[in-house]
Design a protein around this ligand. Structure first.
Ligand SMILES: Cc1ncc(COP(=O)(O)O)c(C=O)c1O
Length: 356
């Protein structure tokens, strides 16, 4: 559900505030977020996870806007960060370090140092080379860094090739078949404390089947690692829950939660890293029409917002439909002059509702 609706006069509003009022107050282009949508998505997910020992670590890469983060921090969210900048943002809005996980294949030595000093919940480690650096940095600081290996379960999932990360051909994670050997290596390092297992198989996943097979493999690995004497306290299941686009429904959260329950049980602390699920349709890019350009075949609508403001459609074909702010405004079908002089605003919705 989202909170962008036309009022009786046919003007699009964000939580009852007409978008033209916002455009006049702050100018365009501008991102407008509905706090009510963010809160609702967080709570709907939280409700679905009832009975599980869960931490919702919002994945900052989905939207690192400080006001969005502040709102989620106030709701009790943790953070999944992939850079020193994201770590800094999470801390600036007051997310406690023991609710922050550090993911990503390319953590630099100084970023690792900052996270060690901050005493975060867990490093999700992507390679032995990275583990070696974490060990060195932690030893220099006289600390033990809590780590999980991100395992690659070799499953195919995700809405687009560029957001499918769970197959062995990708750069993500370590092969699950080698995990026990790598955890043994980690245990021998003085600056490392093994705390968990991490997996993230991709984004915009609309079926539970790949989640089920990945989580089963992780459960099996957890049993093996515990038998090897590791204290596996945390299982981080990543993000990836698919949301509705157009007519296509999203993945039912109850179904997803059931799969988590049946595969990973209720005895372990579970970290979830939703991104799109929380912010997917919580905002719009509000832009003004500057010019109309017409030739015999096509009409171009030139906005004051560009590719740099909304990169995803060009990057991997993400859908953000342009819609008019004034319902009565039919500028798409009118003459160019009329459209220019009316100087109406219109916007791109970020996506479709998570729940109806
Ligand atoms: C490690 C990790 N966790 C979480 C996410 C968030 O995924 P989503 O927005 O699909 O929930 C991503 C997205 O790329 C990711 O790479």
């Amino acid at each position: 559900m989202h909170h962008f609706r036309y009022d009786n006069a046919g003007v699009l509003c964000a939580e009852g505030v007409p978008l033209p009022v916002i455009a006049r107050a702050v100018g365009t282009p501008v991102y407008v977020y509905a706090a009510a949508t963010l809160r609702r998505h967080y709570r709907v997910f939280q409700d679905a996870l009832q009975g599980l020992d869960s931490l919702i670590a919002y994945s900052l890469k989905a939207n690192p806007n400080l006001s969005v983060l502040r709102l989620l921090a106030d709701l009790g969210a943790g953070a999944d960060v992939v850079s020193g900048g994201e770590l800094d943002r999470a801390r600036r809005v007051g997310i406690p370090p023991d609710r922050i996980v550090f993911s990503g294949v390319g953590k630099t030595e100084s970023e690792i140092g900052e996270a060690v000093a901050a005493d975060i919940l867990q490093f999700n480690v992507e390679s032995v080379a990275e583990l070696t650096v974490i060990n060195r940095v932690a030893c220099q600081a006289g600390r033990k860094a809590p780590i999980a290996f991100r395992v690659n379960p070799d499953v195919t999932a995700g809405g687009h090739a560029k957001i499918a990360t769970g197959h062995r051909s990708t750069k993500f994670g370590v092969p699950i078949a080698r995990a026990r050997e790598l955890y043994a290596k980690a245990r021998a390092m003085p600056g490392i404390a093994v705390t968990g297992i991490d997996v993230h198989i991709g984004s915009q996943i609309l079926e539970v089947v790949p989640f089920r097979s990945a989580f089963r493999a992780v459960a099996e690995l957890a049993a093996g690692l515990r038998a090897d004497g590791h204290d596996i306290r945390i299982i981080d299941v990543g993000g990836g829950i698919g949301i509705p686009y157009g007519e296509q429904p999203g993945l039912a959260l109850e179904t997803y939660a059931d799969v988590v329950r049946t595969t990973l049980g209720t005895g372990t602390r579970l970290v979830f890293e939703p991104g799109r699920l929380i912010v997917g349709n919580a905002g719009v890019l509000l832009a003004s029409v500057l010019y109309m350009k017409e030739d015999s075949e096509r009409r171009f609508v030139v906005l004051d917002a560009a590719m740099n403001d909304l990169l995803r459609p060009t990057l991997y074909g993400a859908r953000h439909h342009p819609i008019v702010v004034h319902q009565s405004e039919t500028w798409l079908g009118r003459s160019a002059n009329r459209a220019i002089s009316s100087s109406r605003t219109h916007f791109c919705r970020r996506s479709q509702p998570v729940t109806s």
